[in-house]
Design a protein around this ligand. Structure first.
Ligand code: BJW
Ligand code: ZN
Length: 295
């Protein structure tokens, strides 16, 4: 970060003091330093058994082969459970509290419960921002508001039959999936009955079986359940921090230009320079540049 121009930081921090509705939009680069592979761009290869993750993260793939898609999601759940939030997650937790918001965004509206108005909207499904908030609460007794997980979470499931959506941190989520962890062995063809099923006593298919669970994540072509509340946040946002996202997946990819059309400012934190219009570009690892810019 020492190689980044300090006058950029000064100008950005000045804009922070004037922001009324500051917001951050995060992508996979936020969790790269925690060892979670990104989807695109340079960085650790994101392959599970030579499969492109984006070909498995589709409703079509799940319909065609739920056994394979559950093995892929089991692998990612276990990876994320072992990972730890990094300094950028922790900086965002602090920024979401009244203390952080008052220090960095003194002009921002303070919410009805004393919380800062700064919010994090994340495309990440890894749960690391929530876990950073829990760690912050354990250390200080102050609990930052939850991030908006716009693409869902690896640690939520939805029942295909009764539609119930629940948190699920089980490891493994189904015993049969444990046996698929040895990646040197061929992909198993697990029977449907051994995949995760709905635990609700009231849930029953006509043949007496329980509903099949799916990961409660948003796949391509699916609508974003929280979109209305996210659009409310974006509509009034006057300062957007864009953190570690390739800005290729809509609707998130359109948020920065919307904020600029509204007269707001945009600061991008990414290891690669982008083509998109930004008022400030902090090129570097977000786990280094974000704490530096806020220090
Ligand atoms: C670092 C770093 C470090 C590395 N520090 N930086 C309008 C136009 C065209 C198409 C569409 C459109 N509207 C909707 C669509 C269709 C589609 C879409 O956008 N397609 C595009 C590919 C063109 N969108 C959808 O289908 C969305 N649904 C929707 O809009 O419903 C209504 C609708 C449907 C159909 C048509 C029209 C309307 C849903 C999108 C769901 C995305 N789901 C996924 C998978 C989630 C589940 C899972 O993970 O298994 O979400 S795809 C994947 O991409 C994942 C991510 O959240 C998402 C974004 O990726 P992200 O976070 O940007 O990661 P990367 O890897 O791309 O980038 C990492 C960045 O970090 C890079 O820039 C690095 O340089 C950087 N980096 N290390 C800082 N240390
Ligand atoms: Zn059910």
């Amino acid at each position: 970060p020492s190689s980044l121009p300090t006058h950029f930081r000064v100008a950005f921090r000045h804009a922070c003091t004037q922001a009324r509705f500051p917001l951050a939009l995060a992508g996979a680069g936020l969790s790269a330093a925690s060892g979670i592979p990104t989807f695109r761009g340079s960085g650790p290869a994101s392959l599970w058994r030579q499969h492109d993750p984006l070909s498995l993260a589709t409703p079509q793939a799940f319909r065609a082969n739920p056994s394979q898609v559950w093995q892929f999601y089991h692998w990612r759940r276990e990876l994320c459970l072992k990972a730890k939030p990094n300094s950028a997650h922790h900086a965002l937790s602090w920024l979401s509290t009244e203390e952080g918001s008052r220090k960095i965004f003194p002009g921002a509206a303070i919410g009805p419960h004393g919380q800062g108005s700064f919010r994090l909207v994340t495309q990440n499904v890894d749960g690391l921002s929530k876990r950073a908030n829990i760690a912050y609460e354990e250390q200080t007794g102050v609990s930052p508001p939850d991030p908006v997980e716009m693409h869902g979470s690896l640690f939520r499931t939805r029942c295909l039959s009764c539609k119930d959506t629940s948190d699920n941190f089980e490891s493994p989520i189904a015993p049969a999936l444990r046996a698929t962890e040895d990646l040197s062995r061929p992909i198993e063809n697990l029977p449907l009955s051994s995949l995760p099923h709905c635990p609700l006593p009231s849930c029953q298919n006509s043949d007496g079986s329980k509903g099949l669970l799916r990961p409660a994540v948003v796949w391509f072509g699916e609508s974003i359940p929280l979109l209305d509340s996210i659009e409310d946040l974006i509509e009034r946002c006057d300062l957007l921090l864009v953190l570690g996202t390739s800005s290729t997946v809509y609707p998130a990819a359109g948020f920065a230009s919307q904020v600029r059309r509204q007269g707001g400012r945009v600061a991008v934190f990414n290891v690669e320079a982008g083509e998109e219009q930004a008022d400030w570009e902090f090129i570097g690892k977000v786990e280094e540049t974000l704490p530096w810019v806020l220090s």
